[in-house]
Ligand binder design. Sequence first.
Ligand code: HEM
Length: 155
Amino acid sequence: MDKQQPPTLYDWAGGTEAFMALCAAFYRKVPHDDLLAPVFAHMHPRHAEHVATWLAEVFGGPATYTAEHGGYPYMLSQHLNKGITEPQRRRWVNLMLDAADEVGLPGDPEFRAAFVSYLEWGTRLARDNSQPGADPPREAPVPRWGWGVAPPYQP
Ligand code: HEM
């Protein structure tokens, strides 16, 4: 491992394939979930793939969501006025973590800390932006998440 440059979270996780597996597992659970099933009842047939593409970009992979799926403005538009509740947000995080375990995303403390911090940040924004009357910025870059304060330890 390059001492100056730890791998991206995307590479550490296993690349696009890993995020596709994660989202496939998550959206397999959704129809059986009392709080989330109604929220996603009319989702786009390729929604899981699109969210995987978003996550791959956030965690340091190719900027494919920006290039091919409308980037931040489209993601934001999909949450506006959805009225996501705190219990729904929390369930979303719980299911994503269950899915991460199920598909074998890395379980080391550093990766999971960074992963969870993005999920907490992103879901709280999604919840807030989804409230009626919310007026978030319509244009912003897709965030690029890193290891934060605890990158992989390199003696
Ligand atoms: C880190 C948190 C989140 C991320 C990264 C995320 C990501 C995305 C993306 C990228 C889209 C657009 C998909 C597309 O291009 O087709 C989307 C749509 C959507 N999201 Fe989220 N989301 C998050 C949190 C949530 C939460 C907490 C909820 C509700 C509990 C939610 C509900 C939805 C719904 C209902 C749609 C529209 C689905 C459709 O009609 O196709 N999201 N999300």
